[in-house]
Design a protein. Sequence first.
Length: 390
Amino acid sequence: MVGLALAALLRREDDSLRLAVIDAGAPPSFDESADVGLRVSAVSPGSAELLARCGAWEAVERTRMGTYGAMCVWDARGSADGGEAVRFGADELGLPELGHIVENELIRDALYGALGREEAGLRWHFGARVEGFEAGERAARLVLADGGSVDAALVVGADGARSAVRGLAGLPVRSRRYPQDAVVTHVRPERDHRRTAWQRFLPSGPVALLPLGDGRCSVVWSTDTAACEKLMALDDEQLGERLTEVTDGVLGTLAVAGPRGSFPLAASYAPDYVGHRLVLAGDAAHAVHPLAGQGVNLGFSDAGELASCITAARRGGEDAGDRPVLRRYERARKGENMRTLMFLDALQRFFGVESPAVARIRMDGMRLFNRIGPLKRMAVRHATGLAETA
């Protein structure tokens, strides 16, 4: 998603720029008649604005998505309707919504459509696995598994947390595997989700109910690996009962109404985003715990900043692949990305402590947070990608 967004932004800024998009997978293909996919993202208003600049958001809006105007976060020792629950509302910022729940494949398909099919200055390489990276003085070369190659003044590695491009270029990465996996599925709640995103912090990890457009909720439940294996072995009725229990019945009885899957949780970051004629973006540069749904939004912010740096450099007669140009992007994005990564990591650890004394501190802090209007508004602006207008 991040790589396609960057390509779309660059294409719209300068259609004389020659671009090659390389993807190990197949071309995006979204089937509106199929059920809602398990892989969804919480797209902030700031990211929706960026996708609109890409020419992709209109296609997303007219297809399908869930929209939420409120959030409710509470501790396992408290309740969703208690004073210690943290609540956010779009009306606090004068916004129509706080975000959207959108299928990843729909976003990819919309960006693919916005970029257009292969034409002058735009080349697609699908099913193309990168096996080599060679950086020369004026250009870099990517060697493909089929024996072909692509030369470019700049290579952008936006190929995920296990980035092949990053590894081939020799850029280091620091990572931490959480002792957790995430269970994902869709449920149909007994009560209306009220366009609200719900998240309860359990000692083993957070469980979230994210509103879909058809009245169902997408579930993301982070729990320890052994528990995840047991949950995946349950039948739909049993899993629905467990989900109803761990969400404290906030939406009544939950019935599993979709497929299910699981994936391991980890956080990682690249100390350097920039190599020789190479730059990293999105999860290739930083991957965060999914508890706040900020991963793809950080990546879209990377795409916006990198597109601006490249465009400004070209207009100023600079080589967009030079380190000084790319360092501007790194300086602009690395601080926020690292702050978010460390904050989410600390939050996950803090809510995982089962001590009654720590639990009291948590709930007292959440009550206080609810009462400090400016702090709360600043947090909401950051989460929606509108912090710069605060």
